[in-house]
Design a protein around this ligand. Structure first.
Ligand code: KG4
Ligand code: ZN
Length: 351
């Protein structure tokens, strides 16, 4: 089964060809970072226009690079949510048009489920009884979720962020520290030679459940980064001279990153203490970070569970994970021959 996947939910324009839900034949990712850089965040209108301009070429490149023909494609998969509504509609329109032209079904994919499936690409083990139940942390610019995957398509949402996503917190922190955009990789670079113990920033939900609304989820599995962000802002405001010292800036960046990752690790620790799982996984753009990867390795070793990390190429948004999950037995994919609606607020449980 050969699937053409399309991903346009945020600021990456991507298309991929994947065979049998795991063999990636091509994966073209056009990043719009340069276009959003001046604004230090994703501007939806700019993202939509850039998708319109580049998607046709990105799709053609994906088919050409795969070495196959258009006629070999069995279905067209597209992210239909969650994401920016205008951006989603660009990908959906392309997928529906191609589906009609090729006479093939269009498969609507949940972006979150696609990220979870990034663990199983390129011939890695399938989401079988050997790895499930798996405790998965999804950390990206738009999401921070703690999920128990009992099987593909069977998810229990354990916790989520109550405000910013972890990647968003890194992006905003980097803006405060004038490090550039996107903030996650910039902070990682600068923090490499910094002291993570230099400032003790708050870890969010220090007294879980006290005043926080956790949407019916257990507070010990939920995240909050807004207090941390404000703490950094005040810290910097009171010490404008820190920008004069590259060393101090490195220490503050490292301390901020440490606070974000500590809070992720502590929720994972809580879950590993409380429920039997076979393996631990981590996906999403922030999972690219080497400091976080090392912390996850330590945590997994402490709890004696094997760790599965998304391959670096499939951490940030890409269409390979979309095409792959669409062809995987059990995935909650929506099958359409006509129009498919964008679902900007699609949740994992309602796929
Ligand atoms: O998964 P993704 O491409 O988009 C969403 O679905 O949101 O993730 C983008 C996020 C951004 O916040 C970016 O700063 C973060 O992933 N990120 C990183 C790293 N690379 C990307 N965060 C920390 N360290 C990195 N190396
Ligand atoms: Zn994503």
């Amino acid at each position: 089964m050969r699937i053409l996947g399309i991903e346009t939910s945020c600021d990456e324009t991507s298309a991929a060809i994947v065979d049998d839900a795991r063999y990636v034949r091509s994966n073209i990712v056009y990043s719009q970072i340069a276009k959003h850089k001046p604004y230090e965040g994703v501007v939806p209108e700019i993202a939509c226009r850039a998708h319109v301009e580049t998607l046709p070429a990105v799709v053609s490149d994906a088919v050409r690079e795969s070495g196959g023909r258009w006629e070999d494609i069995d279905a067209v998969a597209v992210t239909h949510g969650p994401g920016l509504v205008g951006a989603l509609l660009v990908g959906i329109s392309m997928a529906v048009g191609l589906g009609l032209r090729l006479g093939k079904p269009v498969l609507g994919v949940n972006h979150i489920e696609a990220h979870l499936y990034s663990l199983f690409l390129d011939g890695a083990s399938a989401p079988s009884d050997e790895v499930c139940p798996m405790l998965v942390l999804m950390v990206s610019g738009g999401h921070t979720l703690l999920v128990r995957m009992d099987a593909l398509g069977q998810y229990v949402l354990l916790g989520q962020t109550l405000d910013d996503a972890a990647g968003e917190a890194l992006d905003k922190g980097a803006a405060v520290l004038r490090l550039g955009y996107p903030g996650g990789p910039e902070i990682e670079k600068v923090a490499m030679r910094g002291d993570p113990q230099y400032v003790r920033f708050p870890r969010g939900l220090a007294q879980p459940g006290k005043n926080a609304r956790t949407f019916g989820l257990a507070p010990q599995y939920c995240f909050s980064f807004s207090g941390l962000k404000t703490a950094l802002l005040y810290y910097v405001r009171e010490r404008p001279e820190l920008f004069q010292s590259a060393d101090v800036l490195r220490h503050v960046a490292a301390s901020y990153q440490e606070a974000v990752f500590d809070s992720l690790i502590s929720r994972l620790h809580n879950a590993l203490e409380n429920m039997p799982v076979r393996t631990l996984g981590c996906v999403g753009g922030v999972a690219k970070n080497q400091v976080l990867r090392a912390k996850l390795e330590r945590l997994a070793a402490e709890h004696g569970v094997p760790l599965h990390l998304a391959p670096l190429a499939y951490c940030t948004d890409n269409a390979a994970m979309v095409a792959a999950v669409a062809g995987a037995p059990g995935a909650k994919v929506q099958r359409h021959f006509g129009f498919l609606d964008a679902e900007p607020n699609l949740r994992l449980s309602s796929v």
